[in-house]
Write a protein that binds this ligand. Structure first.
Ligand SMILES: [Zn+2]
Ligand SMILES: [Zn+2]
Length: 257
């Protein structure tokens, strides 16, 4: 069986309440041998840590989603760093800029984004970047911060421009692909992915959101990452085993596992 990793899911979300055992078993049964459950706000971090401490295959991050910035106006570097000490914490985020919903003012999103970058630098953990309708600003902040001192990271749920992908890769970043690449309308995105280097790609579900075809619209779960990997295999003219092995290697390298 292929071994594969879901680089981004939200296992603490209410959709999974009371179902986590079966969902993680179904993931294992399908070869998903590691999952990274992502923090979106600090108020959920103890739930997230409880999950990653209960399941050997689950790791976690710490961070504040751009949607949540208004609730964490005074976020400090130390607020993030203290949670990186937990044994299963391997990443900072998700953090970044979401100017599509713009639930928080742009300036505040940028301020918190920079604090997360500082935490990534200080902890040497990769930064998990969420970006929507903010390509230019995201790249600007990342490139500007990179000049002050290096840090590692990835663009999660990549669904925008070739320019963003290439500039992120030039900085040493990885690109994580979600179920969006399986959607009918995603021709342009699939064309971009054909040209991206396989040794920089990861796969994710972003579960419970963004279920890939043929489950589009339903509740997503880590085992479905295989459907995204299959489409990536087609785009790269490789078999599923190669895609599973390479994306797994990429993940383990980035997250130092
Ligand atoms: Zn996100
Ligand atoms: Zn997410």
């Amino acid at each position: 069986m292929n071994k594969i990793i879901d680089s981004h899911c939200h296992l603490n979300f209410p959709q999974f309440k009371g179902k986590l055992n079966e969902i993680i078993k179904r993931a294992s049964d399908n070869g998903i041998y590691r999952m990274l459950t992502i923090s979106t706000k600090l108020s959920e971090i103890s739930d997230i840590e409880a999950i990653s401490n209960s399941y050997s295959e689950v790791y976690n991050s710490v961070g504040v989603h751009p949607h949540e910035c208004m609730n964490y106006k005074d976020l400090s570097l130390e607020d993030l760093i203290k949670h990186t000490k937990s044994s299963k914490c391997i990443g900072i985020g998700e953090s970044g800029l979401d100017f599509y919903y713009e639930n928080s003012p742009k300036e505040l999103q940028i301020k918190l984004f920079r604090i997360h970058i500082e935490a990534a630098r200080k902890s040497s953990l990769p930064l998990i970047v969420h970006t929507r309708n903010a390509d230019n600003e995201t790249i600007q902040v990342l490139e500007d911060e990179m000049k002050k001192g290096v840090f590692k990271g990835l663009i999660h749920c990549f669904s925008t421009s070739k320019e963003l992908a290439n500039r992120a890769i030039n900085m040493g970043f990885y690109i994580s692909l979600s179920g969006i690449i399986t959607f009918n309308k995603s021709n342009e995105l699939r064309d971009i992915i054909k040209d991206l280097p396989l040794n920089k790609l990861l796969v994710e579900t972003d579960a419970p959101y963004l279920a890939p075809e043929p489950y589009r619209g339903k509740c997503n779960e880590p085992s479905y990452v295989l459907h995204t990997a299959k489409i990536l295999a087609e785009l790269k003219n490789k078999n599923l085993t190669t895609i599973a092995e390479t994306t797994t290697e990429n993940f383990n390298k980035l997250f130092n596992l």
